[in-house]
Design a protein around this ligand. Structure first.
Ligand code: MIC
Ligand code: SF4
Length: 641
């Protein structure tokens, strides 16, 4: 049978299951990555699984999120990750080395291999032909231990790119266009596979911009072929040896198809507060801008930064604009410093930030009240910048830099400078911020600062589940709503009791209080509940607060898996209209949960209203067992995996 590229990689990594769409499959994982904001929890869980040494070909622990050290918490977490990594066979990328996805692409990614990462933008690796998937920390911990990763076989969407982008139109505009077509829930249960003659016109970092932001579609992952362009990139990284040519078979059969004529695209923006709220530049041109932020795992490569430097050279940032730039890795920053581009940025008035996530996750640089902030990032959820009233627009580096100069949203095509950048023949290679694991783990002591607190573990299902509906939220609730993150909260990612006081507060400020006083209960949500980040905290914190089940119209993939891994029932209404019928503080009851879980169909009784609702788990047999055991850790301990 003629296979697509994604199907070929799945086939060569298939441990169990068959590849028909919707079937349960288990994949062998070659590489894993973690970052610090999900990593502390992932390694605590890894330790709880009692595994001595990672079983993967390569596992890397990055420090890139929680960088502001305004107390000992973040530094304690870094120290814990550094020592636990050294002990258990994991490479450690020190703070300052760069954003996990950018560094992984540069220094570790291998075409044709599988990568599981505890960060939703792990699909960045699809830019060099990896099957790279984001997951919760516990799934990554299991994969580090040699366990397989379970998903339902996704549909494969063919995205055929035709022709070539016009000058000043960017790879970012390609993915913004796909988001406009498909929306933030259009990718659930799908892999986006890029092909067509337009592919060869895109450099690896440009491909990675597209696969990175494919996460915003809710997709399982996105992937590009591995071709001459990939070869050139890997050779320039001194890693030619890992190159293999990879593409779909001729005549491969796809489940869906999208065709994009690259020459027809124009500069676009994602307007507040959703990455799929897309307009073309003509619709917002002239809007006054207060802040411009360039960087993040989406747009911080050497070529992106060089384009920005060329635009800024000899210009001055507008008086009313604060321009911040965070090059994606030490490699990129080092190269800019050597070739003088950094000087062009600095002399224009840009503020240079360290190579890290920074403002993307609200780690500093929160805009002023009501500010308009143009960002080259991938998410503009309300409040994510750290300023609740800020209006964040997602744009290309070209649009960001030209607008920083004029102070208003610009059509970059009006800018006359030549900003073409050649892909480097040789990147500056210096891995001195990557620490290798120890040969002798017994010599390594794992250092746990006072910030590291035990995490909650689910309880096996038993008697009827009874409780009140604690909150009713709408569609597209993100994990940033469920477990907000910013410079104040991120230092407590390994302290679940502390985080509990902020759970769901952007949607319902009384939620933690209600959950505590009523001893837990149920959450009611709309469609695409849990989109966005992979943070397992969005399940662990509700578990700590006694949440028994989440009832919704539909779930985002990673969050649903995180709920199951932690023993919380994710229930999907058979009739979406039942959502309307239920009110906050209605008392719900699920009888004989074990028996019902096994059938997949769960009847939820509304005691207050005297009604009943049919819901489904839509889960695999393994997931059902996990729910019955009260989560993956309990199930693993019971040796039933
Ligand atoms: C994000 O972009 O939201 C994050 C922060 O990188 C998260 C991980 C986290 O919540 O720590 C993600 O994308 O998974
Ligand atoms: Fe970091 Fe932002 Fe990328 Fe998340 S989306 S990994 S916070 S740069």
């Amino acid at each position: 049978m003629n296979l697509t590229l994604a199907q070929k990689i799945i086939k060569s990594h298939l441990v169990s299951g068959d590849m028909t769409v919707g079937s349960d499959i288990a994949l062998r994982i070659d590489q894993t990555l973690t970052q610090d904001s999900t990593g502390t929890m992932a390694y605590l869980q890894f330790e709880a699984l009692g595994i001595e040494k990672v079983q993967t070909k390569k596992s890397v622990a990055y420090i890139d999120h929680n960088m502001i050290q305004s107390g000992s918490e973040n530094a304690d977490d870094h120290m814990y990750i550094q020592t636990v990594a050294k002990k258990h066979g994991i490479y450690y990328s020190k703070p300052g080395n760069g954003i996990c996805h950018q560094v992984h692409l540069e220094r570790f990614g291998v075409p044709g291999e599988t990568l599981l990462g505890s960060d939703s933008h792990t699909p960045t690796g699809g830019g060099i032909g990896m099957l790279a998937i984001g997951a919760g920390g516990l799934d990554v911990a299991v994969a580090m231990g040699g366990g397989e990763y379970y998903i339902t076989m996704p549909k494969i969407v063919k995205v055929e790119l035709k022709g070539r982008l016009k000058p000043w139109v960017s790879a970012k505009d390609i993915i913004l266009y796909v988001l406009k077509l498909c929306t933030v829930k259009g990718g659930v249960g799908k892999i986006f596979e890029y092909c067509g003659d337009g592919v060869k016109t895109l450099l690896v970092p440009e491909r990675a911009t597209i696969t990175n932001m494919g996460a915003e579609l809710g997709a399982t992952t996105s992937i590009f072929p591995s071709d001459k362009v990939t070869h050139k990139f890997l050779k320039a990284q001194g890693r030619e040896d890992v190159y293999t040519k990879l593409s779909a078979d001729k005549g491969a059969i796809y489940d869906e198809e999208i065709v994009i004529d690259l020459a027809k695209l124009e500069p676009m923006l994602a307007c507040p507060h959703s990455p799929d709220n897309i307009v073309s530049v003509s619709e917002v041109k002239g809007l006054k801008v207060n802040q411009v932020a360039i960087g993040s795992c989406t747009n911080s490569s050497y070529t992106d930064m060089m384009k920005v430097a060329k635009i800024l050279k000899g210009n001055t940032v507008a008086e009313h604009v604060s321009l911040v730039i965070a090059p994606g890795s030490k490699q990129v920053l080092n190269m800019l410093a050597k070739n003088g581009a950094l000087a062009d940025m600095v002399s224009s008035g840009a503020r240079i930030l360290e190579s890290a996530c920074g403002p993307c996750i609200g780690m500093g640089q929160s805009p002023s009240t009501d500010a308009v902030s143009l960002r080259t990032f991938n998410r503009n959820f309300e409040g994510r910048s750290g300023t609740a009233s800020a209006r964040v627009y997602l744009v290309s580096p070209e649009l960001a830099a030209t607008s920083a100069i004029s102070g208003f949203v610009e059509d970059p095509r009006n800018f006359k400078t030549d900003i073409r950048v050649e892909a480097p023949k040789k990147f500056l290679i210096n891995d001195n911020l990557i620490v290798s694991p120890s040969e002798n783990s017994s010599e390594v002591e794992v250092i746990r600062g006072s910030n590291i607190k035990p995490f909650p573990i689910g309880i096996p299902l038993g008697e009827a589940l009874i409780g009140k509906v604690l909150t009713k939220v709408g569609d597209n609730i993100t994990t940033d709503h469920i477990m907000p993150s910013n410079a104040k909260l991120l230092p407590f990612r390994s302290n679940i009791p502390f985080l509990a006081d902020y759970c769901l507060t952007p949607s319902d400020k009384d939620f933690p209080e209600k959950a505590k006083s009523l001893g837990g209960g149920f959450i009611l949500g709309g469609s695409n509940y849990g989109q966005g980040s992979s943070r397992e905290h969005a399940a662990l914190v509700p578990l700590y607060l006694g949440i028994k089940a989440v009832l919704v119209k539909s779930f985002a993939r990673i969050h649903k898996a995180n709920l199951i891994n932690n023993g919380i029932l994710p229930l999907i209404f058979a009739n979406e209209s039942d959502y309307e019928d239920i009110d906050v503080l209605d008392e719900l009851q699920i009888n004989e949960p074990v028996k019902q879980v096994l059938t997949d169909k769960i009847i939820v009784l509304n005691i207050t209203k005297g009604k009943e609702y049919e819901t489904f788990l839509e889960s695999t047999d393994r997931e059902k067992q996990m729910l019955i055991h009260g989560g993956l850790i309990n199930m693993t301990k019971a040796k039933k995996v």
